[in-house]
Write a protein that binds this ligand. Structure first.
Ligand code: G4P
Length: 524
């Protein structure tokens, strides 16, 4: 039973630079899965630029983002869990963490813009854990870059080998379709936002039927391209894909629902079933009978009067059962989750049981934080929810001395949710919030006021990076901390961090203290 359930599951995320077509592709995948009936049903989980400082918009987005955080659907007897990631770069931390809960990734690239900065950053996170990636080059109905150039760009900028599994026939106004190299069929393009088109089998690319369907010159070009691709690229190897060494590439147009079925068919064939995961103590495989899982996301309740939150738990092994007692490893105590939720497309429903690869939402009143492990008693802790050094730092200034307690509680809870990172300086206990994007400061200020009644302002700090510090030599580490006391802070878990003011200064300190290791992520 357990093994069958595992074999059925594929848990993945879609990543892209904003506007490349992630939301559109998500929607089309859900249409294929029958999880939604019509286009337009998935609300974009992104904060558009014009809404940058509009708090109502942020609040609305938070509502939407709970609903679309996890979308489960069935396709060809496979249970697919699609984990949404926020597109807005200011919330990149959230995306990094979500990527720790997936087993593979589909990366969307805009054929006009090519590889963009956000995709590069997200790919770095995938590379850190060798996550298998399938690449979908989107918007072929537009005049984009040459497909060979696009492939070179992906290899170069994203540091992964590619292997096209489909090939476009022209592009933009003259776009005719794609030839699917994976199952040797031809899919002709018709601009259509509703119809789901079927591929035509063309086993032999020399079939004169091809000339009739796409025109002689397109057919000749395609034959040359296919010959070149088969000659230049090694045969597609599923093993290399599963090890994160090569990314298969599909071409299409999400908004026209074109090339999406081919992507999905291949995805259910090759994408990994739930993978084994590493804890501090040992590797746990999904088919182990006992339940284990970890919290990768916490979402505060939208209603400020009820302070409960939803913790998103990725099931890693065994069977999760509602109402059973589970062990909260960090706090070493038992907790019962009587109120667990499963996510199916946009609905949430109470769940009785869940299997590896599934995500359950559990209501929590403040016991859980990001990275927590739940087990049936085993004291293992799942590795790998890294914090990255923030980019912008500001000191928190309390504006209402009467509400100091509320401010502290609010800050603590928001940090547990992963909204930002808090560093407390050793000297003078100054509190510094570090974020990836400036928008997060506004969110924090607004939520502290709204949900906790606390007022604060932020004062800019001239900091370049937060570096987690370690050393094989404890004495040297202590000496370093003593000599740089003014620049030493603790992160939320009490880990020692060196707050570097500039790149050049950091370089100098690194040279002067060769026994100290400086890390830019908390995972080392
Ligand atoms: P994102 O989630 O990655 O940020 O992107 P999203 O799907 O919202 O798509 C961004 C824009 O690109 C949308 O247009 C969408 O319609 C368009 N788009 C997606 N796929 C294709 C495609 O294959 N071809 C073309 N030509 N456009 C595509 P928008 O004008 O920003 O929004 P909307 O008003 O169309 O929803």
């Amino acid at each position: 039973m357990l093994e069958q359930e595992i074999a059925k599951r594929r848990t993945f995320g879609i990543i892209s630079h904003p506007d490349a077509g992630k939301t559109t592709l998500t929607e089309k995948l859900l249409l294929f899965g029958g999880a939604i009936q019509k286009a337009g049903a998935v609300k974009s989980n992104k904060i558009k630029d014009h809404a940058k400082s509009d708090f109502m918009e942020i609040e609305k987005q938070r509502g939407i983002s709970v609903a679309t955080s996890v979308m489960g659907f069935n396709y060809k007897d496979v249970k697919i869990n699609l984990l949404d990631t926020p597109g807005h770069q200011d919330f990149a931390e959230d995306t990094y963490r979500t990527l720790t809960a997936v087993d593979s990734v589909v990366m969307v690239i805009d054929c006009v813009k090519g590889v963009e900065i956000q995709t590069e950053k997200l790919m770095e996170v995938c590379r850190m854990r060798s996550t298998p990636v399938i690449c979908f080059i989107n918007k072929l109905d537009r005049e984009g870059q040459d497909p060979y150039d696009l492939l070179d760009e992906v290899e170069e900028k994203l540091g992964i080998k590619v292997r096209p599994l489909s090939w476009p026939i022209s592009m933009g106004k003259t776009f005719r379709g794609v030839y699917n190299l994976y199952n040797k069929s031809l899919v002709l393009f018709e601009a259509s936002k509703r119809e789901l088109t079927d591929g035509l089998d063309i086993e032999d690319i020399n079939d004169p039927e091809l000339d009739r369907l796409v025109g002689e010159s397109n057919a000749t070009q395609l034959r040359e391209d296919v010959e070149l691709i088969e000659g230049v690229y090694p045969k597609f190897s599923i093993e290399d894909y599963l090890e994160g060494k090569v990314a298969p590439v599909f071409f299409g147009s999400a908004v026209n629902n074109f090339g999406v079925r081919e992507l999905l068919d291949c995805f259910v064939d090759i994408a990994p079933t739930p993978i084994p995961r590493e804890t501090e103590e040992r590797i746990i495989v999904p088919k182990e009978k006992k339940f284990t899982g970890f919290v990768f996301k916490i979402h505060a309740n939208m209603d400020p009067k009820h302070r409960n939150r939803i913790a998103f738990v990725r099931v890693c092994s065994g069977k999760f059962e509602r109402g059973k007692n589970y062990h909260h490893v960090r706090e070493d105590k038992k907790i019962r989750f009587s109120n667990a939720t499963a996510f199916m497309a946009q609905d949430r429903e109470t769940v009785e049981e869940a299997w590896p690869g599934d995500i359950v939402g559990i209501f929590d009143t403040g016991n859980l934080k990001i990275g927590d492990t739940l087990t049936e008693g085993e004291k293992s802790i799942y590795k790998g929810i890294p914090s990255f050094s923030p980019e912008i730092f500001k000191e928190v200034i309390n504006k209402d001395a009467m509400k100091t307690k509320q401010l502290e509680k609010g800050l603590k809870q928001l940090m547990e949710e992963g909204v930002a990172q808090l560093f407390t300086f050793e000297l003078g206990s100054r509190k510094v919030v570090g974020v990836v994007g400036a928008l997060q400061f506004e969110v924090i200020q607004h939520r502290l006021k709204n949900e906790y009644g606390a007022s604060c302002s932020f004062s800019p700090m001239n900091l370049y990076k937060a570096c987690w510090i370690t050393s094989k030599d404890k004495k040297k580490l202590n000496e370093f901390i003593a000599s740089k006391q003014r620049h030493i802070a603790k992160d939320k878990d009490g880990k020692m961090v060196f707050m570097a003011e500039s790149k050049s200064w950091l370089g100098m300190v690194q040279d002067n203290f060769p026994d100290i290791e400086f890390h830019f992520t908390s995972e080392f």
